[in-house]
Design a protein around this ligand. Structure first.
Ligand SMILES: *[C@@H]1O[C@H](CO)[C@@H](O)[C@H](O)[C@H]1NC(C)=O
Ligand SMILES: *[C@@H]1O[C@H](CO)[C@@H](O)[C@H](O)[C@H]1NC(C)=O
Ligand SMILES: *[C@@H]1O[C@H](CO)[C@@H](O)[C@H](O)[C@H]1NC(C)=O
Ligand SMILES: *[C@@H]1O[C@H](CO)[C@@H](O)[C@H](O)[C@H]1NC(C)=O
Ligand SMILES: *[C@@H]1O[C@H](CO)[C@@H](O)[C@H](O)[C@H]1NC(C)=O
Ligand SMILES: *[C@@H]1O[C@H](CO)[C@@H](O)[C@H](O)[C@H]1NC(C)=O
Ligand SMILES: *[C@@H]1O[C@H](CO)[C@@H](O)[C@H](O)[C@H]1NC(C)=O
Length: 470
């Protein structure tokens, strides 16, 4: 640790902060004016299973779907709302009715009730959604959270299926089988922008003894199902709703299934490449980006999760995604979960809610600032992402330090117009120990077309600069 004396001797390069001696020299980051092709669609979350358990909580809806400061009683803390605007609603596969006098669902002995999502189509006897073959009052809790999200400004909705209804399956068990497809009508009060018929379909862990709904659907079966679903959607005039696929578990599997389904079906029938992000820092993010854009598809990291409660793993992977996969949106799997997986710590099975994790605050650095409609910009640092709002002329920089640099310097000279020397900027930071949890600061300013900010190792910072023109 450098002592006080040497601190005083060091020239001050940052307003209101002191550069340390022997600090790793700031490697300047060029915030370029090179825009990504599409504007940012947003940040989201899947509703199963947390919303089935806690879908009636307004405070939770405020925390997740607004950017208001919200008191979260289970953690006795006031949280900066995440402001997510994308909702993935899980069409369930379970029902407890009897079909043809004797046929009932066969449930895995290992699936907890909290992961059994009720489906709307009870028996397959009629495709008319107004007939008694359908029950539109099931799954009230997940639906309630979806409507709360919509009330709070969520504007993009995806319907996804983990498994077909149990009665469509050979063994009548929605934890493991083989087949596909699902539709939903409009009386929910929500228009789905996309339908994802598969969930990690090429993975081999969907077994009758499983702990959640799931269904193996190999890539060649996906290739047969997608055009059928596409035709069904056209028949039902769902022409504003796209198909997204294949929600494979990893980037590698996403690439493999994309290729098996093939370029022509991808181009004709699938509006967006959805991939899960469970391969962490590895996998062919760049190939996926190139393939999808080549046929005009959007790209989502439609499901991300990891068990590192610190948020470091997530932050590294978000930055990798934004820099290389270049998705249009990024979607967290669960808000509430235990063992480091949740943004808010909870045990859904026992109904226990606790406080927000460090990961929660790290995610807030992205979701609250890189907003729908902004455009991402290339930078030349693996630690830094940037975005610009071309109507308000606000530049957003999110940077994370995990390699021990003690200052970060951002070079804004590529922009045609930036604020003059001394103009203060807005900053927020979360440090590793948790002394700062999304704490704001305002003591740094533009100098010589640059911004310098002191940066402890393990810290994430977000900066906002107004008056920036491409
Ligand atoms: C990024 O660009 C800046 C100039 O804006 C330069 O000083 C720095 O060396 C570059 N960094 C890398 C890793 O290329
Ligand atoms: C920074 O990026 C811009 C493109 O936006 C480029 O023209 C410029 O040369 C880069 N500056 C440096 C110092 O690399
Ligand atoms: C909370 O956020 C919503 C928008 O998401 C807004 O309409 C509402 O006014 C905010 N409420 C408060 C108390 O700030
Ligand atoms: C909640 O936190 C405040 C300090 O922020 C403290 O004064 C209060 O005792 C806490 N309440 C409970 C129930 O822990
Ligand atoms: C429809 O679902 C609701 C909620 O689960 C249930 O109370 C009702 O009995 C169901 N109706 C039929 C006809 O199964
Ligand atoms: C119920 O009976 C009808 C008519 O025989 C049949 O088509 C259908 O497959 C049966 N459903 C189930 C789930 O066994
Ligand atoms: C910075 O933190 C990372 C862990 O995130 C650690 O691996 C690295 O050694 C640290 N670097 C320095 C210079 O302290």
């Amino acid at each position: 640790m450098p002592g006080m004396v040497s601190r005083i001797l060091v020239p001050v390069t940052i307003l209101g902060a002191v550069a340390l001696p022997n600090a790793r020299a700031a490697q300047a980051t060029n915030i370029t004016t090179d825009l990504y092709a599409d504007s940012w669609e947003g940040w989201g979350v899947s509703l199963a299973w947390w919303a089935k358990a806690f879908g009636d909580r307004d405070d939770l809806a405020d925390v997740v779907f607004t950017r208001n400061s919200t008191y979260w009683e289970p953690g006795n803390q006031t949280l900066p709302g995440l402001g997510l605007n994308i909702v993935r609603y899980n069409a369930g596969a379970c029902s407890w009715n009897t079909i043809n006098g004797s046929v009932t669902m066969s449930a895995s002995p290992n699936i907890p009730a909290t992961k059994q999502i009720e489906g709307y189509w009870l028996d397959g006897l009629s495709t008319d959604p107004r007939s008694s073959s359908w029950n539109w009052t099931v799954d009230a809790s997940q639906r309630a959270m979806m409507l709360k999200a919509q009330d709070r400004g969520a504007n993009i909705f995806e319907l996804f299926s983990n498994s077909p209804m149990w009665w469509q399956l050979n063994n009548h068990n929605p934890s493991g089988a083989d087949d596909g497809g699902s539709n939903l009508p409009s009386q929910l009060g929500v228009t789905f922008d996309s339908i994802e018929p598969f969930n990690e379909p090429s993975s081999n862990w969907w077994k009758a003894s499983g702990t959640q709904e799931g269904c193996y659907i190999g890539a060649s079966a996906q290739k047969s199902i997608v055009p059928i679903l596409y035709e069904q959607m056209k028949t039902r005039n769902l022409d504003k709703t796209i198909i997204s696929a294949s929600d494979e578990n990893s980037y590698q599997l996403a690439l493999s299934s994309w290729n098996t389904i093939g370029r022509s079906i991808q181009e004709a029938n699938i509006g967006r490449m959805n991939t899960h992000g469970y391969s962490g820092s590895s996998g062919p993010r760049d190939d996926l980006q190139t393939l999808a854009r080549g046929v005009g598809q959007k790209v989502w990291d439609s499901e991300y999760g990891d068990n590192d409660e610190s948020g470091d793993t997530m932050t590294k992977n978000i930055i990798l995604d934004l820099r290389i996969l270049k998705p249009d949106a990024w979607v967290q799997w669960q808000i509430l979960d235990g063992s480091g997986w949740g943004l808010i710590s909870a045990d859904i099975s026992s109904g226990t809610l606790n406080g927000a994790t460090h990961k929660y605050y790290e995610l807030a650095h992205f979701t609250r600032h890189i907003r729908p409609g902004m455009q991402l910009l290339e930078t030349n640092s693996t630690n830094v992402v940037a975005a610009i709002d071309q109507s308000s002329h606000t530049l957003v920089i999110v940077a994370a330090n995990w390699d021990g640099q003690e200052t970060f310097e951002f070079d804004l000279s590529a922009f045609s117009k930036i604020p003059g020397d001394g103009t203060k900027i807005r900053g927020w930071k979360t440090d590793r120990v948790g002394d700062s949890l999304y704490s704001s600061f305002g003591n740094i300013a533009v100098q010589n077309e640059r911004i310098s900010t002191s940066f402890e190792n393990g810290t994430i910072q977000t900066l906002e600069i107004d008056g920036v023109y491409l």
